[in-house]
Design a protein around this ligand. Structure first.
Ligand SMILES: Cc1ncc(C[n+]2csc(CCOP(=O)(O)OP(=O)(O)O)c2C)c(N)n1
Ligand SMILES: [Mg+2]
Length: 560
């Protein structure tokens, strides 16, 4: 007699639904992606979810950038791609999120387990019956990964989420299409929240306090990770309790309001204001809060002299003082401990950094000297500015901006085209703020098609595209500015929103300051999005770029 098997539980949660619901519980309510047959079960789970909305992008690279932008605001994002062709297109964006510590959950649909087991020759493969070719590649762009099956799904999701949160970097989740439709095998799990070890926290704080007490001069150096983790207020409280000046790099632009009395300016190596440079390079103790990234861009070609032996570096998960590392302490816990300190002396008070005056006559052509102060005058509290790599970011970052403005840029990874979809993701992540995209036209050409997605999903971004007839930053970074590879197809940028289906957007192409001022007013008033093409000079560049032009050997090394 055959044993009677229990009836299949039709009401059991499917793997795909479980993954979507579990990610929704991480505060994610949009999924960026491009559909494809292997990822259909995930797409279906999103489309039928009451919590997560499907946000179709023009391609997977755009979707990965949009997810990065969204994650920067929300703390985490979801990206869905199909096997091979889709996930590989997303790798640059996911890798950028890894470099810049933005938490993107990248879910990729794989061919079914059954086809994998039979080594079928399937589409989107190399035709070799091997199905592990791409997992390693996508996993390389994440800090952890899992190949999901119904048995491991519940446990693996907890492991992945905890590990991604610990590092604040992407996680890769690959799901075979038949498994995605199978019921999950339930397991007892509790979400793992990264926490400090109490003893380690006490030890770290005692060591930091000793350094603080001994130091004659202290400076705080909040890192870009403060914004990624949403710890801006906590960092500000800690810095106020310390009473010391604080300095930022390009990567932390506006992490704390620039009118804060303790703000001592932006550190950009030898091109910093002398006072800023003296404060940080001369400090006995530099309290690096979050792990600042001292790369060629933030240090202006490794110029300046920071003495790393004077640093106390509070990482996301450890504290480093000289050769000593105290593991298992979280940045957020150190910040709240620092906030309890009583400042011993009167707090530092720097001279206020006012906005640069707006200059030029209405009939003047638009120069960079007139453009950047205009951005500062245009921006206001409640704006989130997404800055593209290129001359624009080198023009905006040294400009003092009003309090309440948030800035997002991809300074370290620096993949051009990032900012357009990232602005889309930022806008969806927090519609209560106005998202402003500032990009060069060359970068925009890589990903401009997702201006269509902005229109489709009602992301009312104000887009500024600087049209300076090519790759200005590249012209400036070479001895010869006229190589033809820095030229571009001359698009009619201001016509893009219409062609891409953005209804009721305000659009303009401006060549004079008067036209620019008018366009800025109309863009601000637009209930839908706005798109302004700014005609700039082919070699008109902001001062920071002109400086870099004189530092080519330091940046790239001497010719052998
Ligand atoms: C994906 C990628 N490809 C190439 C580059 C090299 N690159 C850096 S900036 C730049 C040109 C940017 O030009 P544009 O957006 O027009 O800004 P501009 O400097 O002209 O204002 C290029 C090609 C890069 N950073 N990323
Ligand atoms: Mg350009």
């Amino acid at each position: 007699m055959t044993k009677k098997l229990p009836k299949k539980d039709r009401s059991a949660v499917k793997v795909a639904d479980y993954i979507v619901e579990r990610l929704a519980a991480e505060g994610i309510d949009h999924c960026f992606g491009v559909a494809g047959d292997y990822v259909f079960p995930i797409c279906d789970a999103v489309d039928s979810s009451a919590k997560v909305k499907w946000i179709g992008c023009a391609n997977e690279l755009n979707a990965s950038y949009a997810a990065d932008g969204y994650a920067r605001i929300r703390g985490a994002a979801m990206l869905a791609t199909t096997y091979g062709v889709g996930e590989l297109s997303a790798i640059n964006g996911v890798m950028g999120a890894k470099a810049e510590r933005s938490l993107v959950f990248h879910v990729a649909g794989m061919p079914s387990y059954q086809h994998q087991r039979l080594h079928k020759i399937a589409h989107h493969t190399l035709g070799d019956g091997v199905f592990g070719n791409f997992v390693e590649l996508s996993a390389g762009a994440a800090c952890c990964h899992a190949v999901i099956n119904p048995e491991n799904c519940v446990v693996e999701m907890e492991r992945i989420i905890a590990e991604a949160r610990r590092n604040h970097q992407p996680a890769y989740i690959a799901v075979p299409s038949d498994y995605a439709l199978s019921p999950v095998v339930s397991a007892e799990v509790k979400p793992i929240v990264p926490r400090s070890n109490d003893a380690a926290l006490q030890k770290a704080m005692a060591m930091i306090a000793e350094r603080i007490n001994k130091a004659k001069s202290i400076v705080a150096f909040p890192a870009f990770t403060i914004s990624r983790l949403g710890l801006q207020k906590e960092a500000q409280k800690a810095i106020e309790a310390l009473g010391c000046p604080f300095v930022t790099t390009l990567m932390e632009k506006c992490v704390i309001g620039e009118s804060h009395p303790q703000f001592a300016g932006m550190y950009t190596g030898a091109v910093s204001e002398p006072k800023t440079r003296q404060i940080i390079e001369g400090a006995d103790l530099v309290l690096d809060l979050g792990g600042v990234n001292l790369n060629d861009i933030t240090t202006a070609a490794y110029s300046g002299q920071l003495d790393l032996s004077r640093f106390v570096t509070v990482g996301l998960d450890d504290v480093r003082i000289g050769d000593q590392v105290i593991a298992n302490v979280r940045l957020e816990d150190i910040l709240s401990e620092l906030a309890k300190l009583k400042p011993s002396s009167t707090p530092y008070k720097g001279k206020p950094h006012g906005l640069a005056p707006v200059n030029g006559r209405p009939s003047d052509k638009i120069t960079m000297a007139a453009l950047y102060p205009r951005y500062a005058a245009f921006l206001r509290a409640g704006d989130t500015v997404v800055l593209e790599t290129g001359s624009s970011s080198l023009g905006v970052t040294p400009t003092i901006l009003p309090d309440g403005v948030r800035v997002e840029a991809q300074v370290l990874w620096g993949s051009i085209g990032w900012a357009t979809p990232a602005a889309f993701g930022v806008a969806l992540a927090d519609p209560s703020r106005r998202t402003i995209l500032i990009t060069g036209e060359g970068s925009h050409q890589l990903t401009a098609n997702d201006v269509g997605a902005m229109g489709r999903f009602g992301a009312n971004v104000i887009v500024f595209v600087l049209n300076n007839s090519g790759y200005l930053i590249e012209r400036a970074l070479e001895e010869n500015p006229d190589w033809t590879y820095n030229d571009l197809a001359p698009w009619n940028y201001a016509e893009l929103p219409k062609a891409l289906g953005c209804a009721n957007w305000y659009t303009a192409r401006v060549t004079t300051l008067g036209e620019l001022d008018e366009a800025m007013k109309s863009a601000r008033a637009s209930k839908a999005g706005a798109y302004i093409e700014i005609m700039g000079g082919k070699m008109d560049m902001p001062p920071a770029l002109a400086f870099a032009h004189g530092q080519l050997k330091a940046m790239y090394g001497d010719t052998p």
